[in-house]
Design a protein around this ligand. Structure first.
Ligand code: SF4
Length: 425
């Protein structure tokens, strides 16, 4: 049973904090979606053969396309000649940039092997940036798998991007988080219809468009795993907008309403823009919710999407939360969702996987959301599972995707119900 309960600042529900063995993917994984989003960027991972294998197996080997990520592999023997390792990396970058004039942003991505940690990639990036600017901007961030989870790769990347932006005191809205293009377009349309046109979306698709942040920038996160990027925006003097995340009809409306309030959008105009799509989303969610209502769900900590998704599933789909585990709970980011979560659910931060496996067995939920490493063993024990990573790769934000999001949770339950019926026959 929980033995380290401390009150959350944003919710009456206590949070169980655990620091034991944890089962998560490393931050390099985020390169898979970041390289698709940032069309003139190249991600050069400085890592080991393990890092190269992770990227290749997660993304597939791009034989026919010009790849936009690669791994510069450091061998153990390179430890002895650190100066040579720096020179070798410079040579690799020079070769790459001479062959690929389409690269405008080069990310040197650190990893966790000891031979890489000893390299000073931040200084390397500054030196290379000076050498190749203005044609190419070189930025460093870490995708290391030590004490991190896979979505933190995007957070670290975005933090580095924001740190590099010039100061700009114009009044604007900044939205943080990589979204699929079609979803980003829907979001921008809603904001434009509300009369908010000066919107900076980070990360930018291309480096060409001017961007800066400053004291008149009002920002909101579209992804709940951007704690470091959030903190960097605050350090740059920008003003945070807090809201539940835009999942489902209510989440999207609340998220837009917080922006509308900050920018002084009239209630009539806000209602005119949101009422139609909100009603459509509610109708679509209600249909999928027939499968979800009163079914129980357990979240293992993995993507950091857990708290807002739990809010959506309980508040809008009628699911019963048993445990909502998240690797980190950044109260400034997910506090508004936490407030709306059923108070009888256990909220946990961090992981002690053996204890958590005992708890999931005791709860015996209808659906368990977890990482790839836990899914197969749990399925073998008869649990229905949903891969957390799939939620990061799927379009799930805003009104138009609300029913699809609910559907992602309904499918494994339907499958499991069918298997039970089949088994009974
Ligand atoms: S960064 Fe670390 S955890 Fe990630 S693939 Fe490389 S060696 Fe493995």
């Amino acid at each position: 049973m929980p033995n380290d309960l401390s009150p959350s600042a944003c919710s009456a529900a206590p949070i169980l904090k655990e620091r034991g063995q944890h089962e998560v993917f490393c931050g390099l994984t985020s390169i898979i979606w970041l390289h698709r989003k940032m069309q003139d960027a190249f991600f050069l991972v400085v890592g080991s053969r393990t890092c190269a294998h992770l990227l290749q197996s997660a993304a597939g080997v791009m034989i026919f396309a010009e790849p936009r990520f690669a791994t510069a592999i450091l061998e153990e023997t390179d430890l002895a000649g650190m100066a040579d390792a720096h020179q070798e990396l410079e040579r690799v970058v020079s070769d790459l940039l001479s062959r690929r004039s389409d690269i405008k942003r080069l990310f040197l991505v650190g990893s966790c092997p000891s031979e890489v940690i000893k390299l000073d990639l931040a200084t390397m990036a500054k030196k290379l940036s000076k050498k190749y600017q203005p044609a190419v901007n070189v930025v460093n961030f870490s995708g290391s798998g030590i004490e991190t989870t896979f979505t933190q790769g995007e957070d670290a990347c975005l933090e580095a991007v924001i740190r590099d932006l010039p100061n700009d005191d114009k009044t604007q809205l900044a939205v943080l988080g990589a979204l699929p293009d079609v979803v980003q377009d829907q979001m921008l349309r809603l904001l434009t219809d509300m009369g908010i046109e000066d919107v900076l979306v980070l990360p930018q698709q291309t480096a060409g468009s001017p961007a800066g942040v400053g004291k008149n920038t009002h920002f909101i996160c579209a992804q709940p795993f951007l704690g470091a990027a959030y903190d960097e925006m605050v350090r740059r003097g920008a003003n945070a907008i807090h809201a539940p995340f835009p999942f489902g009809a209510n989440g999207t409306t609340e998220w837009l309403a917080a922006i509308a309030k900050r920018f002084g959008v009239e209630q009539g105009k806000f209602d005119a823009v949101t009422a139609g799509p909100k009603a459509r989303a509610e109708r679509a969610i209600a249909k999928v919710s027939e499968t979800l209502t009163d079914r129980s769900i357990f979240f293992f900590p993995d993507s950091q999407l857990e708290v807002p998704l739990a809010r959506f599933l309980s508040d809008e789909c009628g699911m019963k939360l048993t445990e909502v585990g998240s690797p980190y709970i950044h109260r400034a980011l997910v506090g508004e969702d936490l407030k709306l979560i059923e108070h009888n659910a256990l909220i946990s931060e961090g992981q002690d996987v053996e204890k958590q496996l005992d708890r999931v067995t005791a709860c015996n939920p209808d659906l368990t959301v977890c990482g790839l490493g836990l899914a197969n063993p749990l399925e073998a024990q008869g649990f229905s599972t949903k891969w957390a990573i799939e939620l990061v790769f799927s379009p799930i934000h805003f009104y138009e995707q609300a029913a699809d999001l609910a559907g992602l949770f309904a499918r494994p339950i339907v499958r499991s119900d069918l298997l039970k019926v089949g088994g009974a026959i």
